[in-house]
Ligand binder design. Structure first.
Ligand code: KG4
Ligand code: ZN
Length: 335
Protein backbone atom coordinates (compact mmCIF):
# COMPACT_ATOMS: atom_id res chain seq x y z
CA UNK A 1 0.00 0.00 0.00
CA UNK A 2 1.10 3.50 -0.79
CA UNK A 3 1.80 6.19 1.78
CA UNK A 4 -0.50 9.18 2.12
CA UNK A 5 1.43 12.46 2.33
CA UNK A 6 -0.48 15.54 3.49
CA UNK A 7 0.71 19.13 3.58
CA UNK A 8 -0.78 20.88 6.62
CA UNK A 9 -1.03 24.68 6.81
CA UNK A 10 -1.99 26.69 9.91
CA UNK A 11 -2.32 30.49 10.20
CA UNK A 12 -5.30 30.99 12.53
CA UNK A 13 -3.56 33.11 15.16
CA UNK A 14 0.07 34.09 15.71
CA UNK A 15 2.02 31.11 14.35
CA UNK A 16 2.65 30.60 10.63
CA UNK A 17 3.10 26.86 10.25
CA UNK A 18 3.42 24.11 7.64
CA UNK A 19 4.11 20.39 8.02
CA UNK A 20 4.24 17.14 6.06
CA UNK A 21 2.44 14.18 7.65
CA UNK A 22 2.71 10.55 6.53
CA UNK A 23 -0.37 8.33 6.92
CA UNK A 24 -1.89 10.61 9.53
CA UNK A 25 0.43 9.47 12.27
CA UNK A 26 4.00 10.35 11.39
CA UNK A 27 5.65 13.78 11.26
CA UNK A 28 7.96 14.04 8.24
CA UNK A 29 8.58 17.76 8.74
CA UNK A 30 7.09 20.39 11.05
CA UNK A 31 7.94 24.09 10.63
CA UNK A 32 6.59 26.85 12.88
CA UNK A 33 7.38 30.55 12.57
CA UNK A 34 6.28 32.30 15.74
CA UNK A 35 5.34 35.97 15.96
CA UNK A 36 5.21 36.14 19.75
CA UNK A 37 8.07 38.66 19.88
CA UNK A 38 6.16 41.09 17.61
CA UNK A 39 3.02 40.99 19.75
CA UNK A 40 4.72 41.06 23.17
CA UNK A 41 4.96 44.82 23.50
CA UNK A 42 1.21 45.12 22.89
CA UNK A 43 0.41 42.56 25.58
CA UNK A 44 -1.55 40.35 23.20
CA UNK A 45 -2.04 39.35 19.58
CA UNK A 46 -2.70 42.33 17.27
CA UNK A 47 -4.74 40.95 14.32
CA UNK A 48 -3.35 43.37 11.73
CA UNK A 49 0.25 42.56 12.68
CA UNK A 50 -0.55 38.83 12.64
CA UNK A 51 -1.88 39.04 9.06
CA UNK A 52 1.20 40.91 7.85
CA UNK A 53 3.50 38.31 9.35
CA UNK A 54 1.53 35.46 7.79
CA UNK A 55 1.78 37.10 4.36
CA UNK A 56 5.54 37.42 4.70
CA UNK A 57 6.10 33.95 6.11
CA UNK A 58 3.55 31.56 4.64
CA UNK A 59 5.24 30.61 1.35
CA UNK A 60 8.65 30.40 3.01
CA UNK A 61 7.33 28.12 5.74
CA UNK A 62 5.58 25.86 3.20
CA UNK A 63 8.73 25.58 1.08
CA UNK A 64 10.77 24.84 4.21
CA UNK A 65 8.37 22.03 5.18
CA UNK A 66 8.72 20.49 1.68
CA UNK A 67 12.53 20.91 1.71
CA UNK A 68 12.91 19.31 5.13
CA UNK A 69 10.72 16.42 3.99
CA UNK A 70 12.84 16.19 0.81
CA UNK A 71 9.74 16.09 -1.41
CA UNK A 72 8.21 18.24 -4.14
CA UNK A 73 4.73 19.69 -3.97
CA UNK A 74 3.67 17.15 -6.65
CA UNK A 75 4.36 14.33 -4.16
CA UNK A 76 1.66 15.60 -1.81
CA UNK A 77 -1.72 13.78 -1.89
CA UNK A 78 -3.70 16.67 -0.42
CA UNK A 79 -3.38 20.06 1.23
CA UNK A 80 -5.09 20.47 4.61
CA UNK A 81 -5.58 24.01 5.86
CA UNK A 82 -7.18 25.54 8.96
CA UNK A 83 -10.41 27.22 7.80
CA UNK A 84 -11.51 28.36 11.29
CA UNK A 85 -12.04 29.36 13.98
CA UNK A 86 -9.49 32.14 14.50
CA UNK A 87 -8.67 35.65 13.34
CA UNK A 88 -10.34 36.18 9.96
CA UNK A 89 -7.44 38.11 8.41
CA UNK A 90 -4.96 35.52 9.65
CA UNK A 91 -7.02 32.54 8.47
CA UNK A 92 -7.43 34.09 5.01
CA UNK A 93 -3.68 34.02 4.38
CA UNK A 94 -3.41 30.27 4.95
CA UNK A 95 -6.65 29.47 3.11
CA UNK A 96 -5.63 31.50 0.06
CA UNK A 97 -2.11 30.07 0.00
CA UNK A 98 -3.59 26.56 0.15
CA UNK A 99 -6.12 27.29 -2.59
CA UNK A 100 -3.49 28.82 -4.87
CA UNK A 101 -1.13 25.85 -4.53
CA UNK A 102 -3.97 23.33 -4.86
CA UNK A 103 -5.18 25.06 -8.03
CA UNK A 104 -1.73 25.48 -9.58
CA UNK A 105 -0.76 21.82 -9.04
CA UNK A 106 -4.23 20.24 -9.16
CA UNK A 107 -3.98 18.83 -5.64
CA UNK A 108 -7.06 17.99 -3.51
CA UNK A 109 -7.89 20.52 -0.79
CA UNK A 110 -9.31 19.82 2.68
CA UNK A 111 -10.55 22.39 5.23
CA UNK A 112 -9.75 21.60 8.87
CA UNK A 113 -11.27 22.89 12.11
CA UNK A 114 -8.52 24.28 14.35
CA UNK A 115 -9.75 22.34 17.41
CA UNK A 116 -9.94 19.08 15.46
CA UNK A 117 -6.28 19.78 14.74
CA UNK A 118 -5.41 20.30 18.43
CA UNK A 119 -7.10 16.98 19.24
CA UNK A 120 -5.35 15.10 16.41
CA UNK A 121 -1.94 16.27 17.68
CA UNK A 122 -2.39 13.32 20.03
CA UNK A 123 -2.47 10.85 17.12
CA UNK A 124 1.12 11.83 16.34
CA UNK A 125 2.03 10.37 19.76
CA UNK A 126 -0.31 7.41 20.13
CA UNK A 127 -2.98 5.74 17.97
CA UNK A 128 -6.49 6.71 19.05
CA UNK A 129 -8.90 4.20 20.59
CA UNK A 130 -12.58 5.01 20.77
CA UNK A 131 -14.63 6.21 22.44
CA UNK A 132 -12.37 8.94 23.73
CA UNK A 133 -12.60 12.28 25.46
CA UNK A 134 -10.41 15.28 24.77
CA UNK A 135 -9.86 18.24 27.05
CA UNK A 136 -8.94 21.19 24.83
CA UNK A 137 -7.43 24.09 26.75
CA UNK A 138 -5.87 26.95 24.80
CA UNK A 139 -5.80 30.74 24.56
CA UNK A 140 -9.06 30.72 22.63
CA UNK A 141 -10.80 27.52 23.73
CA UNK A 142 -11.79 25.44 26.72
CA UNK A 143 -13.77 22.44 25.56
CA UNK A 144 -14.56 18.85 26.44
CA UNK A 145 -14.97 16.91 23.19
CA UNK A 146 -16.35 13.37 22.93
CA UNK A 147 -15.34 11.24 19.92
CA UNK A 148 -16.96 7.91 19.11
CA UNK A 149 -14.95 7.47 15.90
CA UNK A 150 -12.49 9.27 13.62
CA UNK A 151 -13.72 12.65 12.40
CA UNK A 152 -16.73 12.71 14.74
CA UNK A 153 -16.70 15.47 17.37
CA UNK A 154 -19.32 16.12 20.02
CA UNK A 155 -18.71 19.16 22.22
CA UNK A 156 -20.13 18.18 25.62
CA UNK A 157 -18.86 21.25 27.47
CA UNK A 158 -17.29 24.59 26.64
CA UNK A 159 -16.45 27.91 28.23
CA UNK A 160 -19.24 30.45 28.58
CA UNK A 161 -16.84 33.38 28.79
CA UNK A 162 -13.02 33.40 28.99
CA UNK A 163 -10.95 30.48 27.79
CA UNK A 164 -8.55 29.04 30.37
CA UNK A 165 -5.48 30.45 28.61
CA UNK A 166 -7.19 33.81 28.21
CA UNK A 167 -7.80 33.94 31.98
CA UNK A 168 -4.12 33.11 32.56
CA UNK A 169 -3.04 35.87 30.17
CA UNK A 170 -5.35 38.47 31.74
CA UNK A 171 -4.31 37.64 35.30
CA UNK A 172 -0.66 37.77 34.19
CA UNK A 173 -1.22 41.21 32.72
CA UNK A 174 -2.61 42.46 36.03
CA UNK A 175 0.57 41.18 37.68
CA UNK A 176 2.64 43.05 35.04
CA UNK A 177 3.98 39.83 33.57
CA UNK A 178 4.80 39.64 29.84
CA UNK A 179 2.58 38.06 27.15
CA UNK A 180 1.81 35.21 26.92
CA UNK A 181 1.33 35.08 30.67
CA UNK A 182 0.43 31.41 31.20
CA UNK A 183 3.99 30.12 31.60
CA UNK A 184 4.88 32.98 33.99
CA UNK A 185 1.89 32.34 36.26
CA UNK A 186 2.72 28.63 36.15
CA UNK A 187 6.29 29.34 37.28
CA UNK A 188 5.15 31.62 40.12
CA UNK A 189 2.53 29.08 41.17
CA UNK A 190 5.19 26.38 41.64
CA UNK A 191 6.81 28.57 44.33
CA UNK A 192 3.68 29.75 46.14
CA UNK A 193 1.05 28.30 48.46
CA UNK A 194 -2.64 28.26 47.41
CA UNK A 195 -3.76 30.02 50.58
CA UNK A 196 -5.85 32.85 49.10
CA UNK A 197 -9.52 31.95 48.86
CA UNK A 198 -10.79 32.20 45.27
CA UNK A 199 -14.05 31.04 43.68
CA UNK A 200 -14.64 27.95 41.55
CA UNK A 201 -17.44 28.13 38.98
CA UNK A 202 -19.11 24.69 38.93
CA UNK A 203 -22.26 26.01 37.15
CA UNK A 204 -25.46 23.96 37.16
CA UNK A 205 -25.50 20.43 38.49
CA UNK A 206 -24.25 18.06 35.80
CA UNK A 207 -22.98 20.78 33.44
CA UNK A 208 -19.66 20.25 31.66
CA UNK A 209 -19.43 23.93 30.75
CA UNK A 210 -16.74 26.19 32.16
CA UNK A 211 -16.53 29.82 33.27
CA UNK A 212 -13.32 31.59 34.20
CA UNK A 213 -14.22 35.28 34.08
CA UNK A 214 -15.49 35.34 37.68
CA UNK A 215 -12.24 33.82 38.90
CA UNK A 216 -10.24 36.29 36.82
CA UNK A 217 -12.19 39.25 38.25
CA UNK A 218 -11.78 37.90 41.75
CA UNK A 219 -7.98 37.80 41.34
CA UNK A 220 -7.96 41.35 39.98
CA UNK A 221 -10.21 42.57 42.84
CA UNK A 222 -8.04 40.86 45.44
CA UNK A 223 -5.02 42.74 44.09
CA UNK A 224 -6.78 46.11 43.86
CA UNK A 225 -8.33 45.85 47.32
CA UNK A 226 -4.99 45.02 48.87
CA UNK A 227 -3.40 47.93 47.03
CA UNK A 228 -6.02 50.30 48.44
CA UNK A 229 -5.41 49.08 51.95
CA UNK A 230 -1.68 49.52 51.41
CA UNK A 231 -1.10 45.78 51.77
CA UNK A 232 1.13 43.68 49.58
CA UNK A 233 -0.20 40.40 48.22
CA UNK A 234 2.34 37.69 47.61
CA UNK A 235 2.29 37.16 43.82
CA UNK A 236 3.46 33.56 44.17
CA UNK A 237 0.62 32.69 46.56
CA UNK A 238 -1.89 34.47 44.37
CA UNK A 239 -0.65 32.60 41.28
CA UNK A 240 -0.78 29.29 43.18
CA UNK A 241 -4.32 29.99 44.36
CA UNK A 242 -5.49 30.98 40.88
CA UNK A 243 -3.88 27.93 39.32
CA UNK A 244 -5.37 25.60 41.91
CA UNK A 245 -8.83 26.94 41.16
CA UNK A 246 -8.43 26.54 37.37
CA UNK A 247 -6.94 23.06 37.60
CA UNK A 248 -9.48 21.89 40.19
CA UNK A 249 -12.44 22.78 37.94
CA UNK A 250 -10.83 21.43 34.73
CA UNK A 251 -9.81 18.10 36.23
CA UNK A 252 -12.95 17.51 38.31
CA UNK A 253 -15.27 18.05 35.32
CA UNK A 254 -13.03 15.97 33.06
CA UNK A 255 -13.02 13.10 35.57
CA UNK A 256 -16.80 13.15 35.76
CA UNK A 257 -17.09 13.05 31.95
CA UNK A 258 -14.54 10.22 31.69
CA UNK A 259 -16.74 8.12 33.99
CA UNK A 260 -20.09 9.05 32.47
CA UNK A 261 -18.98 8.44 28.87
CA UNK A 262 -16.87 5.37 29.73
CA UNK A 263 -14.06 6.43 27.42
CA UNK A 264 -10.89 4.46 26.74
CA UNK A 265 -8.61 7.44 26.30
CA UNK A 266 -8.25 10.96 27.63
CA UNK A 267 -6.39 13.27 25.23
CA UNK A 268 -5.13 16.66 26.37
CA UNK A 269 -4.78 19.41 23.78
CA UNK A 270 -3.94 23.12 23.45
CA UNK A 271 -1.31 25.47 24.85
CA UNK A 272 -2.49 25.31 28.48
CA UNK A 273 -1.64 21.58 28.40
CA UNK A 274 1.90 22.83 29.04
CA UNK A 275 0.83 23.82 32.55
CA UNK A 276 2.79 21.98 35.23
CA UNK A 277 0.01 22.10 37.79
CA UNK A 278 -2.50 20.68 35.30
CA UNK A 279 -0.14 17.91 34.13
CA UNK A 280 0.63 16.94 37.71
CA UNK A 281 -3.03 16.72 38.70
CA UNK A 282 -3.98 14.79 35.53
CA UNK A 283 -1.19 12.30 36.19
CA UNK A 284 -2.29 11.95 39.78
CA UNK A 285 -5.94 11.28 38.90
CA UNK A 286 -5.68 9.37 35.60
CA UNK A 287 -2.11 8.06 35.53
CA UNK A 288 -2.95 4.90 37.45
CA UNK A 289 -6.67 4.68 36.70
CA UNK A 290 -7.75 1.32 35.29
CA UNK A 291 -9.18 1.20 31.80
CA UNK A 292 -8.22 4.73 30.80
CA UNK A 293 -5.15 5.85 28.91
CA UNK A 294 -3.97 9.43 29.48
CA UNK A 295 -2.14 11.09 26.58
CA UNK A 296 -0.48 14.50 26.85
CA UNK A 297 1.52 15.54 23.77
CA UNK A 298 4.87 17.28 24.15
CA UNK A 299 4.71 21.05 24.38
CA UNK A 300 5.65 21.66 20.73
CA UNK A 301 2.53 19.75 19.64
CA UNK A 302 0.26 21.37 22.26
CA UNK A 303 0.75 24.92 21.02
CA UNK A 304 -0.33 25.91 17.50
CA UNK A 305 1.39 23.97 14.71
CA UNK A 306 0.58 22.52 11.29
CA UNK A 307 1.46 18.89 12.04
CA UNK A 308 -1.81 18.64 13.95
CA UNK A 309 -3.71 20.15 10.99
CA UNK A 310 -2.06 17.61 8.68
CA UNK A 311 -2.99 14.77 11.04
CA UNK A 312 -6.65 15.82 11.27
CA UNK A 313 -6.70 16.58 7.54
CA UNK A 314 -5.51 13.06 6.71
CA UNK A 315 -8.53 11.50 8.41
CA UNK A 316 -10.92 13.87 6.63
CA UNK A 317 -9.17 13.24 3.31
CA UNK A 318 -9.45 9.48 3.77
CA UNK A 319 -13.14 9.91 4.58
CA UNK A 320 -13.55 11.66 1.23
CA UNK A 321 -14.00 15.22 2.48
CA UNK A 322 -12.94 17.79 -0.12
CA UNK A 323 -13.09 21.57 -0.34
CA UNK A 324 -13.52 23.44 -3.60
CA UNK A 325 -11.95 26.77 -4.54
CA UNK A 326 -14.82 28.50 -2.80
CA UNK A 327 -13.24 27.51 0.54
CA UNK A 328 -13.26 30.57 2.78
CA UNK A 329 -11.95 31.57 6.19
CA UNK A 330 -14.66 31.05 8.80
CA UNK A 331 -13.74 32.72 12.11
CA UNK A 332 -16.80 31.27 13.88
CA UNK A 333 -16.63 27.73 12.43
CA UNK A 334 -18.38 25.10 14.61
CA UNK A 335 -16.67 21.81 15.37
O1 KG4 B 1 -2.95 26.57 21.82
P1 KG4 B 1 -2.23 27.86 21.94
O2 KG4 B 1 -0.79 27.93 21.54
O3 KG4 B 1 -2.94 28.97 21.08
C1 KG4 B 1 -4.31 29.01 20.91
O4 KG4 B 1 -4.86 28.33 19.99
O5 KG4 B 1 -4.94 29.75 21.73
O6 KG4 B 1 -2.40 28.36 23.46
C2 KG4 B 1 -1.82 29.54 23.96
C3 KG4 B 1 -2.27 29.74 25.39
C4 KG4 B 1 -1.89 31.12 25.95
O7 KG4 B 1 -3.04 31.66 26.59
C5 KG4 B 1 -0.81 30.80 26.98
O8 KG4 B 1 -0.76 31.71 28.07
C6 KG4 B 1 -1.23 29.42 27.45
O9 KG4 B 1 -1.64 28.77 26.26
N1 KG4 B 1 -0.13 28.70 28.10
C7 KG4 B 1 -0.14 28.34 29.41
C8 KG4 B 1 1.11 27.71 29.66
N2 KG4 B 1 1.83 27.70 28.50
C9 KG4 B 1 1.05 28.30 27.55
N3 KG4 B 1 -1.08 28.49 30.34
C10 KG4 B 1 -0.80 28.02 31.58
N4 KG4 B 1 0.36 27.43 31.91
C11 KG4 B 1 1.34 27.25 31.00
N5 KG4 B 1 2.49 26.64 31.35
ZN1 ZN C 1 -4.70 26.72 19.01
Amino acid sequence: TQDTLILGIETSCDETAAAIIRNGTEIVSNVVSSQIESHKRFGGVVPEIASRHHVEEVTLVIQEALDQAKIDIEDVDAIAVTEGPGLVGALLIGVNAAKAIAFAHDIPLVGVHHIAGHIYANRLIQEMSFPLLSLVVSGGHTELVYMKEHGSFEVIGETRDDAAGEAYDKVARTLNLPYPGGPHIDRLAQKGQPKIKLPRAWLEEGSYDFSFSGLKSSVINTLHNAEQRGEIIDAEDLAASFQESVVDVLVTKTARAVKEYEVKQLLIAGGVAANKGLRQKLDEIFGEMDGIELIIPPLSLCTDNAAMIGAAGTVLYEKGKRADYGLNANPGLEL
